[in-house]
Ligand binder design. Structure first.
Ligand SMILES: Cc1cc2nc3c(=O)[nH]c(=O)nc-3n(C[C@H](O)[C@H](O)[C@H](O)COP(=O)(O)OP(=O)(O)OC[C@H]3O[C@@H](n4cnc5c(N)ncnc54)[C@H](O)[C@@H]3O)c2cc1C
Length: 440
């Protein structure tokens, strides 16, 4: 009946922590999915690119074979797809026709449903908001077997609970998106060196009108160099080819010994990365793929962190916390010398109406931490700092946040639970994460 119903296998998110023994149900088409949903209790899953346990449960319903294009209006850039299609599959078709995704995360290997469920943000959140803000409507399959069209104006409560709701409200079957017109597949990138955190904050403010902006931070630099970074801004080129790049990738074949990643190797990498750009300002036209998805060129790069895996810690601090709040947290990370290769800082614009959507106006920092003794105690201290400064942690990256931290920083969780109850989702759609966070 299903394309592949595995008995039981060990499953994880992108961080390879935690693992969960799961039965993976993989319907080959929508008809099978409708039938399987009747007796299913667990969590829908896309490409498993969320880092922690939001797509993990004893039973997982894989939606990745729901990957068909349904309708495309190339004149107006309105696209309807099955929700298991990936952003990569979409880009392959729309870029040559002069269209682009209005919001994209840092990998194209996520499904549309995953992008909706996490209400993902990109390098343009300060101007374009989240993925859901370009979603015209979606079809959902609910816990009682009924199907519903959901949009910002139809069943608004379910729309606002589902976008950012981490798969806990029902199964997203298809979605209609408004795309962004482009004239070229090239991005004009400007890269500016910042000597400190206050420098990069000032540069972000100056770049408030740039379509895309993101900074890579050397999270191990200390003292006056705390927060030294490279700020990258980008604009779609006004002319040029409309072409996709052939997918050339390297692959990490197996988990590397985690001892390869230690504070010396990470410090060396960060320093080389910062100094590889000699000029203070550098400009170049590059293809959209390396601009938006630099890590996609290395398949299975998550294996670099060794067998035990890693966690990505992403938090946002509101504007009120200012530079002071970010400095306090960065200093704690730098003092601990535990930071990662990738510390990414972005400016976020105003929050939307969705109940569990992560972004709020301010700055967000994301870092990887290799799993090792004492890490969780350290992250609990960071959690406390994030709460003290009025911030919160991103559910799509989370693998270990406590119920208290979640409920304090996501004050709409009770309304979210009420909407789930109203749409027959309570107890039926649940993940390892939702159980840990105290959701029913
Ligand atoms: C390298 C990398 C870079 C990233 N960069 C960013 C970034 O810049 N910005 C950002 O916001 N995020 C970013 N992410 C996170 C990623 O975009 C999200 O975790 C996204 O949800 C992953 O989609 P997926 O298809 O892999 O979903 P999964 O990881 O499989 O699932 C994620 C959530 O979606 C739910 N879900 C999946 N399918 C369905 C369905 N059919 N119906 C209902 N719910 C469903 C699951 O239950 C789960 O809660 C990044 C991740 C990686 C690995």
């Amino acid at each position: 009946m299903t394309r592949d119903t595995a008995p039981l296998s060990m499953l994880s998110g992108w961080g390879r922590y935690p693992y969960c023994q799961s039965q993976i149900i993989q319907p080959a088409n929508q008809q099978q999915l409708l039938q399987l949903n009747q007796s299913f209790a667990g969590i829908p899953r896309g490409q498993g690119r969320s880092y922690g346990d939001s797509a993990l449960a004893g039973t997982v319903l894989s939606c990745k074979y729901l990957d068909q294009f349904i309708e495309f209006d190339p004149e107006h850039g309105i696209l309807t797809v099955q929700a298991g299609i990936t952003l990569a599959q979409i880009l392959e078709v729309i870029v040559p026709q002069g269209w682009f995704l209005p919001v994209t995360p840092g990998t194209q290997f996520v499904t549309v449903a995953g992008a909706i469920a996490a209400d993902v943000h990109g390098k343009n959140h300060h101007l374009a908001g989240c993925f859901s803000q370009h979603l015209l409507s979606m079809e959902m399959l609910l816990g009682d077997g009924s199907q519903l069209r959901v949009s910002p104006t139809h069943n608004t409560d379910l729309f606002q609970a589902t976008c950012g709701g981490m798969g806990l409200t029902g199964i997203i079957l298809s979605a209609t998106l408004q795309l962004l017109p482009i004239k070229s597949s090239q991005i004009n990138q400007t890269s500016v060196k910042a000597r400190s955190l206050s420098d990069v904050y000032a540069l972000f403010e100056q770049a408030a009108e740039s379509t895309y902006s993101v900074a890579w931070i050397d999270c191990l630099a200390k003292g006056q160099q705390l927060g030294r970074s490279l700020l990258m801004t980008g604009e779609h080129a006004k002319q040029g080819p409309l072409a996709n790049l052939p997918q050339k990738t390297l692959s990490i074949p197996f988990a590397t010994p985690s001892a390869l990643l230690n504070r010396f190797s990470i410090k060396a990498f960060n320093s080389v990365y910062y100094h590889r750009q000699r000029k203070t300002v550098a400009q170049q036209a590059i293809h959209y793929a390396p601009f938006f998805y630099p890590l996609d060129r290395i398949q299975h790069w998550n294996r670099l962190y060794g067998r035990k895996g890693f966690v990505q810690y992403q938090f946002v601090l509101p504007h009120a916390a200012g530079l002071l709040g970010m400095e306090a947290i960065l200093k704690r990370i730098s003092d601990q010398q535990q930071g990662s290769f990738l510390a990414v800082l972005k400016q976020l614009g105003p929050a939307n109406e969705n109940l569990l959507s992560f972004p709020r106006e301010g700055y967000t920092l994301a870092l990887d931490f290799k799993l090792q003794h004492g890490l969780f105690r350290f992250l609990e201290q960071l959690d406390q700092l994030v709460l003290d400064w009025g911030g919160r942690i991103y559910l799509a990256k989370d693998a270990r946040m406590s119920q208290t931290v979640f409920k304090t920083s996501y004050p709409n969780w009770e309304t979210f639970e009420a909407v789930r109850a109203q749409y027959a989702a309570t107890g039926k759609y649940r993940s390892t994460q939702s159980v840990r966070l105290g959701l029913a």
